[in-house]
Structure formats: structure tokens, C-alpha cells
Design a protein around this ligand. Structure first.
Ligand SMILES: Cc1ncc(COP(=O)(O)O)c(C=O)c1O
Length: 394
């Protein structure tokens, strides 16, 4: 066998990779599995998107290569959505980049900006595509631990000056997976100003911009003055429209930055299936009919989750956004062991905090991906495992 490249050997195991197989084994043993692992809800996509996919897939032209340009109507719909939702004007042809899921774009971006000696600041715990992209680009990840101490915000002033001098990319994601933290506007203003001073590209992952509750409205980074100079923002249909499997998202940035991502992608893919992009248009245009009702379902699940996990002996805060609870564990309960025992003994899939990197230790994550009743059942089972590990309330 040819020797593996050093950068490949730096990749950790992908946390979710083994779970489908494990679930199959448990189901074969007759275990009633409740999967609160991946952020992948059991809810239906907008009917208009399904109809648009069916119609477009029957049109021969839609079955040809999309190339980087893709379906112009998708670019226009994404730009119109940004305008309506955030008041931000983006040129559909030069400032929107259609993506095969936002993960694809996030991971590929690093190929253009990182190389040995150049740093990407990776919040940890965090979405694994940031470190994946940085490592596959042979860049240097600088892992910043997101802890309650800073309200799960990255404080650039805590990062050594010699690291900042070598930094090309800062990944930020608010509303945040997995901690469910949100970023105050003053914080975003400070970060944008620092990125401008330091000439850092701010990679703002806004996958959860619409899953917010109790009147909280997450901003776009482009609502912050000066952000256009230094930021690229990623959006996804996955969570807002229950379209995870469709692989459809987009990036927004000024033309000099957007064209860099487009160029990388021209060598790695030949565009998203245009029928999926047509469905994306239908989804984006169904916002008023679809999104508020969908968010209400997530809110009902959130409320059930918070109540049931508290009742089961866990101490968790009520998140204002995302589809996650980030639940603290007692100091003597390692998160990987807790998650393993919960799966083996009770058939409940959760994500150990440590699976998002060492900075995530001391917590576990659940996703609101099934009904309130099943989430409540999972909470009871979790409480039993917590108690059997000799731990009471946190
Ligand atoms: C923070 C964050 N960003 C991006 C994504 C990826 O979304 P997509 O399905 O568009 O690739 C996810 C998916 O879980 C996520 O949690």
C-alpha cells in the first residue's frame, strides 16, 4: 500500500461516522434505539420543494452539469432571501456561491487560504468541518476552547500575538453547534474590527440563523459594519427546511472572496444537481408558509427537552437558538464513557462533548430530532445512567 500523506494521518475519527452501524447492531438485538445524535430532524421538507424537485428532474436540461454557475434562479433566490431576512444586498452572480451543502464549501475554502505555517482558529467544541478543512489543507489549526467562562465566545485577545500574525481564517458559528450559544452584536463588532486589523478572513457559519426562539433573531455577519471587507458567510437549507440529505446551501462574500471558493470548487465538483437547486428556490420562497411552523415544532421539542432533562437530574440552560442542548456532566463523569454507557445500556445516542474536541469535555449534546415524547423518554434513560455512574444532580 502506498504511504498515506501526513495530513491524512492528522485527521481524527469523524464522531458520527460509526453511529449508523452501531444503531443497526442494537436494533438487530431488539433494542428500542432513540437517536439524539446528529442534527438531522425527522421532520418533512417543504412540499413545494418536493414538487419542484420532481418537476425539474423530469426536465432534461436540469439533468445536465450545473457547473459553478448552476441555476441562476437559485442564486437570485438566495440573494433575495439575504435581502429580505437581513437587509443585505448581494449580487447573485458574483457574490453568491451555490454549494453542495454548506459543509462542502466550508471544508473547501481552507484549500485556498491555508498551507503549512498558516493558522485557522478552530473553536472547540465545534463543527468538525472547520478542523477537517484546515487539516486537509495542511494548515495549522489553533484550537480555542469554548467554555462557559467566555459565554462560549472566542476571545481573540486570549490568542498569542505570534499565532494571530500567522492566522488566515477564523471560524465562527453563532447560533452555535454544539453549545447553542448566541453572539451579542457588540461582540461581533469587536471581532470584525479585529479581523480587519489583523487581515483575517472571518468564516461565519450561519447554519442555524432561522432556528431561534422566544423572539431572538440571529443576525447575519453582514449586518455588522465593515464585515463585507473581511467575512464570508455560509448558509444551509439543511436545518431551516429539514433538507439535510438534499445537500444544498450557499456562501456569500464580496466577489474577490467568492471567486476564490468558486475556483477551488471548479476543480473538485461540477455543480449541485440543478433540480435540487430548483427545489432550493421553492424552499426559499416558501419561507413564510413553512419556517415559522417548523420553528414552532423545534421550540416544542426544546421545551420538552429542557423540562425532561432537568427532571432527570441534569442542569441545563434554555437555549435561545439551534436544535441542541449542551448539557453539563459532573466532573467525575467522562463524557465519552457516559455516551457509551447510555448507548449500550439504554439505546440512546447522544454526542459526547469530547467528540467535538478536548474543549468539549464535561458536556454532552442532544439534538431535537425526534418527538417531544421520545426526547422525554431519552431523558429518563439518561438520568438512570447518570445515577448508576454514582452521580446526582450536577
Ligand atoms: C454548524 C454547522 N455548520 C454547517 C453544517 C452543515 O450543514 P450542511 O448540511 O449544509 O452541510 C452543520 C450541520 O450539522 C452545522 O452544524
Amino acid at each position: 500500500m502506498p504511504k498515506l500523506a501526513g495530513r491524512f494521518r492528522t485527521l481524527p475519527e469523524y464522531p458520527l461516522a460509526g453511529i449508523p452501524q452501531k444503531k443497526r447492531e442494537l436494533a438487530a438485538r431488539g433494542v428500542d434505539v432513540i437517536d439524539l445524535g446528529a442534527g438531522d430532524a425527522d421532520l418533512a421538507p417543504p412540499p413545494a420543494a418536493v414538487d419542484a424537485l420532481a418537476a425539474a428532474s423530469r426536465t432534461p436540461a436540469m439533468n445536465r452539469y450545473g457547473f459553478g454557475l448552476g441555476l441562476v434562479q437559485f442564486r437570485e433566490a438566495a440573494a433575495a432571501w439575504m435581502q429580505k431576512r437581513f437587509g443585505f444586498s448581494a449580487d447573485p452572480l458574483t457574490e453568491i456561491v451555490p454549494l453542495i451543502g454548506s459543509k462542502e464549501g466550508i471544508a473547501h475554502l481552507a484549500l485556498a487560504y491555508l498551507e503549512p505555517g498558516r493558522v485557522g482558529i478552530i473553536p472547540e467544541p465545534g463543527y468538525n468541518a472547520y478542523q477537517g478543512g484546515a487539516l486537509l489543507a495542511s494548515g495549522e489549526p489553533y484550537r480555542y476552547a469554548l467554555r462557559p467562562r467566555t459565554n462560549f465566545l472566542v476571545d481573540l485577545d486570549e490568542i498569542p500575538a505570534d499565532v494571530l500574525r500567522r492566522t488566515s481564517l477564523l471560524y465562527l458559528n453563532y447560533p452555535n453547534n454544539p453549545t447553542a450559544a448566541v453572539a451579542p452584536r457588540e461582540y461581533l463588532e469587536r471581532v470584525v474590527a479585529r479581523c480587519r486589523e489583523l487581515d483575517i478572513l472571518l468564516v461565519y457559519d450561519n447554519a442555524y440563523s432561522e432556528l431561534a426562539f422566544d423572539g431572538y433573531v440571529p443576525p447575519s455577519i453582514f449586518e455588522i459594519p465593515g464585515a463585507r471587507e473581511v467575512a464570508i458567510e455560509f448558509h444551509s437549507l439543511s436545518k431551516t427546511y429539514n433538507m439535510t440529505g438534499w445537500r444544498c446551501g450557499w456562501a456569500v462574500a464580496r466577489p474577490e472572496i467568492a471567486s476564490v471558493l468558486t475556483k477551488v470548487k471548479s476543480f473538485t465538483d461540477t455543480g449541485q444537481f440543478m433540480a435540487v437547486q430548483a427545489a432550493g428556490v421553492a424552499a426559499l420562497e416558501s419561507y413564510n408558509r413553512f419556517v415559522p411552523g417548523n420553528v414552532a415544532q423545534f421550540k416544542a421539542r426544546r421545551d420538552a427537552a429542557v423540562a425532561a432533562f432537568r427532571e432527570a437530574g441534569f442542569d441545563c440552560e434554555t437555549p435561545r437558538a439551534t436544535m441542541y442542548l449542551w448539557i453539563p456532566l459532573p466532573a467525575d463523569v467522562p463524557s465519552a464513557l457516559f455516551a457509551e454507557r447510555l448507548l449500550e445500556e439504554e439505546g440512546v445516542v447522544v454526542m459526547a462533548g469530547s467528540s467535538f474536541g478536548a474543549g468539549g469535555e464535561g458536556f454532552f449534546r442532544i439534538s431535537f430530532v425526534t418527538s417531544p415524547e421520545r426526547i422525554a423518554e431519552a431523558a429518563q434513560r439518561s438520568g438512570r445512567v447518570l445515577a448508576s455512574m454514582g452521580a446526582g444532580a450536577v
